[in-house]
Design a protein around this ligand. Structure first.
Ligand code: MLT
Length: 277
């Protein structure tokens, strides 16, 4: 069931709500036609994609959901947000919007969910964009680091992440607009969601082996200055996907949709136009 409402944080845009499994997801939508679903990363929300929604509605119905616990969606019900759960929610969202499949555009943690979607519900994926993400699981040290971060967030709140994430996620010298948008999304994310996402990412499976099974058109995109999932990682991932093309975005770090929105819009437009022809 889809219903409309007002979201005080997005003054001009109407938020929509859809019941998916045992929860309600909020999303923004622009345009019409074939469906494209934009899947945000951690600890963000649908606003990561506002420039893409505004620019690409002539080609697709562009839908950007808030994942469980993020933005205006319902709170997480447990302290683990499994990537499989993210995938199942996306599959149901696509179906609830009346489509059999979608062009799935994902970034980082969103990419972990998109790969799980391909593994669990490949029929729901018409094409795939994997932006600033990776297929592998965390190392032991990576898991331990996430759990330490979760402890800090539990005691001090999500605001403690702002400075370190601004440094880690944005290219050096990132513009004011990108810095303030990133801060706004981090500060709006509930501590429970941050903790659950960290644990879900820590437990995620290594999906490197499924890359060779991807048969839909795929675009691997990465910011040239991404220090978390750098261009050589993206290049390797693209080599393992038979249908993949690689685009490296100059001047962007880990968050090209807000750092270099026009370059991302151009790359998506060109990719979809090629896939459509
Ligand atoms: C993200 O941007 O979603 C995160 O950096 C992903 C991660 O921490 O692995």
């Amino acid at each position: 069931m889809v219903r409309d409402g007002c979201d005080v944080r997005s003054l001009e845009a109407i938020m929509h709500f859809v019941e998916v499994g045992d929860t309600t997801l909020a999303y923004q939508s622009r345009g019409g036609g074939d469906l494209a679903v934009f899947v945000h990363g951690f600890p963000l929300d649908h606003r990561l994609w506002l420039d893409q929604l505004d620019a690409l509605g002539d080609l697709r119905q562009c839908v950007a959901p808030d994942l469980r616990g993020s933005g205006s969606s319902d709170a997480v019900a447990s302290l683990v947000l499994a990537m499989e759960q993210v995938a199942d929610d996306l599959a149901e969202l696509i179906e609830s919007l009346g489509h059999t499949s979608a062009d799935v555009v994902s970034l980082s943690m969103g990419g972990y969910g998109a790969l799980a979607l391909w593994e669990r519900h490949p029929e729901r994926v018409r094409s795939l964009v994997l932006m600033d993400t990776r297929p592998g699981a965390d190392s032991e040290a990576g898991r331990a680091g996430r759990r330490e971060t979760a402890e800090r967030v539990a005691d001090e709140g999500g605001g403690v992440l702002v400075a370190s994430l601004q440094k880690a996620l944005l290219a050096p010298g990132a513009e004011l607009a990108a810095r303030v948008r990133l801060r706004g999304m981090i500060e709006a994310t509930a501590p429970e969601t941050i903790v659950a996402s960290l644990e879900g990412m820590a437990r995620r499976a290594d999906r490197t082996d499924i890359l060779s099974s991807i048969t839909v058109p795929t675009l691997v995109m990465v910011g040239a200055d991404d220090g978390l999932t750098p261009p050589d990682m993206a290049e390797h991932m693209a080599e393992l996907i038979p249908t993949a093309e690689l685009v490296v975005i100059p001047g962007a770090g880990h968050l090209p949709p807000i750092e270099t929105p026009e370059a991302v819009n151009d790359a998506l437009r060109a990719f979809w136009e090629r896939s459509d022809s």
